[in-house]
Design a protein around this ligand. Structure first.
Ligand SMILES: CC(C)(COP(=O)(O)OP(=O)(O)OC[C@H]1O[C@@H](n2cnc3c(N)ncnc32)[C@H](O)[C@@H]1OP(=O)(O)O)[C@@H](O)C(=O)NCCC(=O)NCCS
Length: 294
């Protein structure tokens, strides 16, 4: 019998144990999302294991220049024994050696201070909203007003969205190119005027829930934003739909509440560990990506 857990890379065969540990926290993650995270990056998530039992994990996606840590969990009974700190140091050392220059994560309010010791700094607060199935809106076909000009994009157009996503979110364009190439969204909607993208909303059709975002709009106004959201939601399967927004974005909050979304979690802290200054998301970013970047 080993004395302490050893830390190793996560493997495909770990996913059901990994999901069980995540599911105990009741954060609402579904198994297919854990699969999606692993499919986006099979090489950098880690687990802590002892005698065949997974007692700690960090799931993360290295997009290239930016990495997003999705889950950090130590199993009850193993907490406060420095295992979380050991896993964080291993994961960050690995990302540093790969040339990642910004690591972000969304920390639960009571765990945000845990990340200070690794050089993470608070950037802003994030709120999560969701719309439950059967609460209307999904099956109505809502067309945009004649002057809105937004529509479903084809795959070439979607891939070219990386430039405006990078500009809006302050990340490197190569990170979005990687994400879109690896995980092309099923429902990308854009407003393209004179060859430039003036609004875009990416939605995915999950098997259990639809992740929504990122969403940005130049000079957002309530009427156009609501029409765009309805246009997208009408094209999604009638499932729970989740979205995250900057807590300070009052317009986004109003729009999601008006469209039947309800507040799920607030006070989540967006923290960043970066050599350069990281700014809060701009007002034009009405929703952030479900996995930080996408
Ligand atoms: C947060 C968590 C991963 C920390 O793992 P852990 O193995 O218990 O933490 P460690 O023993 O490595 O703690 C190292 C240091 O961080 C501090 N720390 C641990 N959890 C903390 C928290 N929630 N807030 C602030 N500081 C914390 C400890 O006090 C310790 O500091 P010390 O060395 O000065 O005593 C673990 O408590 C956990 O799984 N919690 C439930 C899931 C969760 O909330 N995950 C984070 C979501 S963002």
């Amino acid at each position: 019998m080993a004395d302490e857990p050893s830390i190793r890379l996560m493997a495909d065969t770990d996913l059901s144990q990994v999901f069980s540990l995540i599911d105990r926290e009741n954060w609402g993650w579904e198994f297919h999302e854990i699969r999606r995270i692993f499919a986006l990056d099979t090489r950098n998530s880690i687990v802590a294991e002892i005698d065949g039992d997974i007692v700690g994990l960090i799931t993360l996606i290295n997009f290239g220049k930016t990495a997003f840590i999705v889950h950090v969990i130590v199993k009850e009974g193993w907490r406060k024994k420095k295992l979380g700190a050991r896993m964080m140091r291993d994961a960050l050392q690995n990302l540093d050696s790969l040339g990642v220059d910004n690591v972000e994560l969304h920390a639960m309010p009571d765990a945000a201070d845990f990340y200070n010791q690794f050089g993470f700094k608070k950037v802003e607060e994030i709120s999560f909203f969701c719309k439950h199935r059967g609460t209307g809106g999904f099956q109505d076909t809502v067309d945009p007003p004649m002057d809105a000009e937004f529509r479903l994009l084809d795959s070439d157009e979607t891939l070219s969205l990386s430039e405006c996503q990078a500009r809006m979110m302050g990340f490197h364009e190569c990170d979005f190119q990687y994400a879109l190439n690896t995980d092309l969204p099923e429902c990308p909607v854009g407003r393209i005027v004179g060859g430039s993208t003036t609004a875009m909303l990416i939605a995915r059709k999950g098997s259990d829930l639809n992740p929504l975002g990122p969403w940005f709009m130049n000079h957002p106004d309530r009427k156009t934003a609501r029409a765009m959201l309805r246009y997208v939601i009408a094209r999604l399967p009638d499932r729970r739909t989740d979205v995250g927004i900057s807590s300070s974005n009052e317009l986004a909050k109003e729009i999601f509440l008006d469209e039947g979304f309800s507040l799920m979690t607030e006070g989540v802290v967006r923290v960043s560990r970066s050599a350069r200054a990281v700014s809060p998301f701009p007002r034009e970013l009405l929703a952030i990506g479900h996995l930080g970047v996408i």
